[in-house]
Ligand binder design. Structure first.
Ligand SMILES: Nc1ncnc2c1ncn2[C@@H]1O[C@H](COP(=O)(O)OP(=O)(O)O)[C@@H](O)[C@H]1O
Ligand SMILES: [Mg+2]
Length: 460
């Protein structure tokens, strides 16, 4: 049963109708006393609570009721309904333990979605909490094939990620750069009922402020100088799927306001149009920054924080889970074995121990890059400490070095291409020498030259 608390009869009636049509049982209360009486008699599964009782427009009464309900039933989920102008009230309510908030006027589909999400989350927590630590069990239930590790903190994250993947809850993924935030975001999508829909990734740190709206919401041809054609925004691309807002801590305050609006009710207007569009997406965000600290400094909106942070996941750094390092190294080596047809590739146990002892400021990404770089540049298959040391960026300069300072370019593909081109220059296009220096057969080198479109016709 869902309890609707609002002193406005018309609001109660319309919420009642909406929820009943969607198959929920409902009860109504017009003021705090009535609400508490209903709850005392039979605790509802969820409470929809209007914060703005007309008698006390400051919201004090709503907050007091929220506190009382939470005292009686700490586990009873409450969704707040607030006026758009009084969003600070919603923030205060979230701090007192409300599960979510919705602003008036609401969008019916969005409200139903929020109700369903909160009910599902409450259910999931009860069912799944005891088994979140067991890797084998997790792998029976969910698809986490790409995510290697057995560390307890990681499994905790995966357990929560798995259980919330079935819902539409907004998830915020925290963790240092290279800890696997994007990987987890993809896994949540892959385990959700949106898995056949799009997964749209946006790096909010990489969008210049003046292009934010056109990038996110799209534009009509001619909306501004330079808008030569229509452009579909990222939110619209994500319709029916998941949008992943990476580096959300890097978004400026103006962008945050624009983002908040579309997150409130899933609607927006493309630049140069006046029609409001409604999109259906699930939100996942990530940042390597400390959002609470940025909020204190005034650089991040608190209401936006609560909006994106229904569930938060904190990924451990690689330093905090060193026992996973050999597993990860093996995993990356196995991928390279297949990719490069070198089945005998193997790291000595001394080498694995050396890997375990490294600082790994760049976390799993740094480990992956080191393993891949070492394999690409080492002609023999038995890898020793010295082989890894030779290709460690902080140590001696490798014989064929590639500039990997720009993270966007450090994909395996780009690294491979850059290394082959460098070797081609070094050996003046002599393919035998190039192949030998890269530890590849001539055939394997040919295939890669074709793949990357590197010209190899030039005379030696
Ligand atoms: N647990 C893991 N198992 C396997 N690969 C991982 C794991 N964590 C991270 N990676 C790999 O490390 C790299 C960085 O991960 P990514 O998700 O982009 O990190 P972040 O978004 O936190 O910076 C990616 O290539 C990813 O595939
Ligand atoms: Mg990332």
């Amino acid at each position: 049963m869902i309890l609707i608390v609002d002193d406005d009869r018309a609001v109660r009636a319309s919420l009642n109708l909406l929820l009943k049509k969607a198959g929920y049982e409902t009860a109504e209360a017009a003021d705090p006393d009535e609400a508490l009486a209903v709850i005392r008699e039979k605790p509802p599964a969820l409470c929809l609570l209007d914060m703005n009782f007309s008698r006390a427009t400051t919201g004090e009464e709503g907050l007091r009721l929220l506190k009382n309900i939470k005292q009686m039933h700490p586990g009873l989920p409450i969704i707040l309904i607030t006026a758009w102008g009084s969003i600070s009230l919603a923030v205060a309510g979230m701090k007192l333990g409300a599960s979510d908030f919705i602003t008036k006027p609401w969008n019916n589909d969005f409200l139903l979605g929020a109700v369903r999400t909160i009910l599902e989350l409450t259910k999931e927590n009860r069912i799944l909490r005891p088994i979140t630590y067991d890797r084998a069990r997790l792998d029976q239930i969910y698809h986490f094939e790409n995510i290697v590790g057995t560390d307890e903190k990681l499994l905790q994250v995966l357990g929560t990620a798995g259980s919330v993947s079935a819902t539409d809850a907004a998830v915020l993924i925290l963790g240092e750069s290279g800890t696997g935030k994007e990987l987890v975001a993809e896994a949540i999508h892959a385990n959700s009922r949106r898995r056949r829909g799009p997964f749209v990734k946006v790096n909010l740190g990489g969008i210049p402020p003046d292009l934010f709206e056109s990038e996110m919401f799209g534009h009509k041809k001619g909306a501004f100088t330079g808008a030569v054609g229509d452009r579909l925004g990222r939110f619209e691309m994500a319709h029916g799927g998941t949008i992943f807002l990476d580096e959300i801590g890097d978004l400026d305050l103006a962008g945050q306001v624009k983002l908040l609006r579309v997150l409130q009710d899933r609607s927006f207007e493309a630049l140069g149009t006046s029609t409001t569009r409604y999109v259906d997406f699930r939100l996942i965000s990530a940042t390597n920054r400390n959002l609470e600290e940025i909020i204190r400094q005034g650089g991040f909106r608190e209401d936006l924080y609560y909006r994106i942070n229904l569930i938060s996941l904190q990924l451990p750094s690689l330093r905090e889970r060193r026992q996973d390092i050999p597993l990860l190294a093996q995993h990356f080596m196995n991928n390279m074995k297949l990719l490069y047809g070198r089945p005998a590739l193997k790291a000595s146990s001394a080498a694995l121990n050396w890997l375990i002892s490294q600082p790994w400021a760049g976390n799993v990404r740094e480990l992956k890059n080191l393993v891949e770089r070492t394999i690409l540049l080492t002609p023999h298959d038995d890898l020793e400490i010295s082989d890894f040391q030779a290709h460690c960026r902080t140590l001696s300069q490798p014989s064929i070095s590639v500039d990997l300072t720009s993270p966007a370019d450090s994909t395996l593909e780009n690294m491979e291409k850059a290394m082959i081109m460098k070797a081609m220059r070094l050996h003046h296009g002599n393919l035998s020498k190039v192949a030998a220096s890269l530890g590849l057969s001539r055939g394997a080198l040919y295939r890669r030259l074709e793949k990357h479109g590197i010209s190899h016709e030039n005379p030696q």
